[in-house]
Design a protein around this ligand. Structure first.
Ligand SMILES: [Zn+2]
Length: 292
């Protein structure tokens, strides 16, 4: 049987196959094991965890952060973001039952090795910022962090995304980065190469929570999709939305550019879940292998 995208299987309402619950539970681990991107749970990935029936969803916490919960066929499922710094091994979601009893729900994170990337940046100030830049950088970091930690209670969260820009991946998520041979934070998003001016579309419904022109990220938009799922768009040429703008899947939020720290025009697309930066590819439909 053809492997299926685990998230798709669980969470797409229009999923057309029908299995008995028992069959589904038997088959799911085998399918997941065959998929390198969304399973097993790895640093920079997500854990899809089935919850006990009597758990109270609003009480779920992973590392003191609220957790996205969705329902499928009457079952509650937690979708947990795992930051790149997550240590392999046993991890626990803390929760309470509807009767107020404390629970620990375990899942196992496996290791993943990410490649190194060495980039040469001509503007040295973008690698070793001057003292006067640091105040701006720190202020912007606080604003961006606050937006990424946004939580809005929302019953229906769409987590099967549409790609915001069509184009080849110029830099995948998770690379260990060196700018001008100096180690920096790993790549926290997916870079999609596209010509300047290409429209950028919202991958799912949400509300714009922040826009800005930042030192490293250039013109940036952040969208809240609900329950701790926030997406980020950087280096834009033009921003077409403002904080408070409600977007539907496919709405244009701006255009591809090369503002901030870049070597060419592209979209840096970030996805954050329970304040963990995770691989955006996990939210896209599995790409068909290229025809031979
Ligand atoms: Zn990037």
């Amino acid at each position: 049987m053809k492997p299926l995208h685990c998230l798709t299987l669980y969470l797409r309402p229009h999923f057309t196959f029908h299995f008995s619950l028992f069959t589904l539970l038997l088959l799911l681990p085998a399918w997941c094991a065959a998929l390198p991107l969304d399973s097993p749970p790895v640093p920079g990935g997500i854990a899809v965890v089935k919850l006990p029936e009597d758990v109270a969803p609003a009480t779920l916490r992973y590392r003191d952060r609220k957790v996205l919960v969705t329902q499928q066929d009457g079952e509650q499922i937690a979708v947990v973001g795992l930051s790149l710094g997550t240590k392999p091994g046993r991890h626990y979601i803390k929760a309470q039952t509807t009767q107020g009893k404390s629970l620990s729900i375990a899942f196992t994170v496996e290791d993943k090795a990410y490649e190194e990337q060495h980039i040469t940046i001509e503007d040295k100030r973008k690698v070793n910022p001057e003292k006067r830049d640091m105040e701006r950088i720190n202020r912007e970091k606080q604003q961006i962090t606050a937006a990424l930690q946004q939580w809005s209670t929302q019953q229906e969260v769409v987590i099967d995304f549409v790609k915001p820009v069509e184009g080849p991946t110029s830099s995948p998520f998770g690379l260990k980065r060196f700018f001008n041979e100096q180690p920096r934070n790993p790549h926290s998003g997916l870079d999609i190469a596209a010509p300047e001016g290409t429209p950028i579309r919202a991958p799912a419904p949400g509300t714009v929570i922040q826009t800005g022109d930042y030192f490293f990220n250039g013109n940036t938009v952040l969208i809240d999709h609900g329950q701790g799922l926030v997406t980020m768009y950087c280096h834009m040429n033009v921003i077409d939305v403002e904080p408070g703008t409600k977007v539907a899947t496919g709405d244009v939020i701006g255009k591809v550019g090369m503002t901030g720290r870049v070597t060419g025009p592209h979209l840096h697309w970030g996805v954050s879940l329970n304040d963990a930066r995770v691989d955006p590819v996990l939210f896209l439909p599995a790409e068909k292998p290229a025809a031979e």
